[in-house]
Design a protein around this ligand. Structure first.
Ligand SMILES: Nc1ncnc2c1ncn2[C@@H]1O[C@H](COP(=O)(O)OP(=O)(O)OP(=O)(O)O)[C@@H](O)[C@H]1O
Length: 315
């Protein structure tokens, strides 16, 4: 399999302490993977290892099929990085920064100018592209950093907290742009973030790290299935008697029933079924038993719930 990123037995020790230990994972081309974990978990260290900024204590990293320790230059020409610390020349204008980096990547002048024009119109840079970067707000710098990382049309983008410090509008623009880069240009995106909402919108897979070790990796659906094997359905209904509840308990695909409230004679039940396909059967049985159904809602678990449940499991 031709992976975008392939990591085996990756460890990094600072003095006597492991910042990351024995990481193993593969990321396919075209994925957006959200890399999550609490402060000090080892995210930045992992990204710095993947970018060739740090040397591993042990393990191997392959990016786009190349060994990082052998072909770092080749890899860096095909990857883009946006970190929290901006690598921009503050005294120079935004336009000059982009031109400078474009030249560094060996791009032709007309390609650079074309790219800059496209970025100006997408990110609304018109008013400040010709001002020194030191006069920019955090959000402006963030957008310029993203533009800079994309100049050479990289196949993989490493993004560290791409929306921190952005106002809601700018944040939405950046999220939309990341989704577009992935969907239309098939870029692989390694997204390091504490923002679970952003991760939920963008990520095709979630990777959780804690104390330098990989806790889990999977699609949100896979993780939900693992954490909550049953499907929870909240039902509001009327005419619910105990003798009827007994009958429901005899059905083997119903795994739990909880009475969670009553409002104006309408009972709220939380019923767990073994699989989603049983929801229509459940409704039918309740109706047969004389229940009058007011609402049926399948419980959706947010990425935030997944995150905390996984973290709970580690304590
Ligand atoms: N250069 C360094 N020297 C010594 N220890 C380091 C160094 N860089 C990171 N560490 C340690 O490695 C561990 C992982 O740090 P890292 O910055 O990778 O975490 P993180 O998940 O990015 O955290 P945050 O969410 O706070 O940014 C921490 O215990 C940190 O103190």
């Amino acid at each position: 399999m031709d992976y975008a990123i392939e990591v085996q037995g990756l460890s990094k020790k600072f003095a006597e302490k492991y910042a990351v230990k024995d990481l193993n994972f593969q990321i396919q081309r075209g994925e957006i993977v959200a890399f999550l974990g609490p402060n000090g978990a080892g995210k930045t260290t992992t990204v710095r290892l993947l970018n060739g900024v740090l040397r591993p204590t042990a393990g191997t990293i392959k990016i786009l099929g190349y060994e990082l320790n052998r072909d770092v230059i080749k890899i860096q020409s095909r990857t883009g990085v946006v970190t929290e610390t901006f690598t921009l020349y503050e005294r120079l204008t935004g336009r000059y920064n982009l031109k400078f980096y474009g030249n560094l990547y060996g791009l032709k002048t007309d390609v650079i100018n074309h790219k800059i024009s496209a970025m100006i119109s997408f990110f609304n840079f018109e008013d400040y592209i010709d001002r020194p970067v030191e006069t920019y707000s955090t959000g402006m710098k963030k957008k310029l950093s993203l533009a800079r990382a994309l100049l050479h049309d990289p196949e993989i983008l490493f993004l560290d907290e791409p929306t921190t410090g952005l106002d809601p509008e700018a944040s939405r623009t950046v999220i939309k742009y990341i989704a577009k880069l992935n969907q239309e240009e098939k870029k692989t995106i390694f997204l390091c973030t504490h923002n679970l909402e952003v991760a939920e919108i963008l990520a095709t897979r979630i990777m959780l790290i804690d104390k330098g070790q990989l806790i889990t990796i999977g699609t949100p659906d896979e993780l939900k299935k693992k954490l909550w094997p049953d499907v929870q359905v909240d039902i509001e209904c009327k005419m619910w008697g105990n003798e009827k509840k007994e009958k429901i308990y005899e059905i083997d695909w119903i795994t739990d029933i909880k009475d969670i409230g009553n409002k104006e004679g309408v009972t709220k039940l939380s019923i767990n079924v073994a699989e989603r396909k049983y929801i229509p059967d459940l409704v039918e049985i309740l109706i047969q038993q004389g229940c009058r159904i007011f609402s049926v809602v399948e419980k959706e678990h947010s990425l935030e719930e997944i995150y905390f449940k996984l973290r709970e499991g580690k304590k």
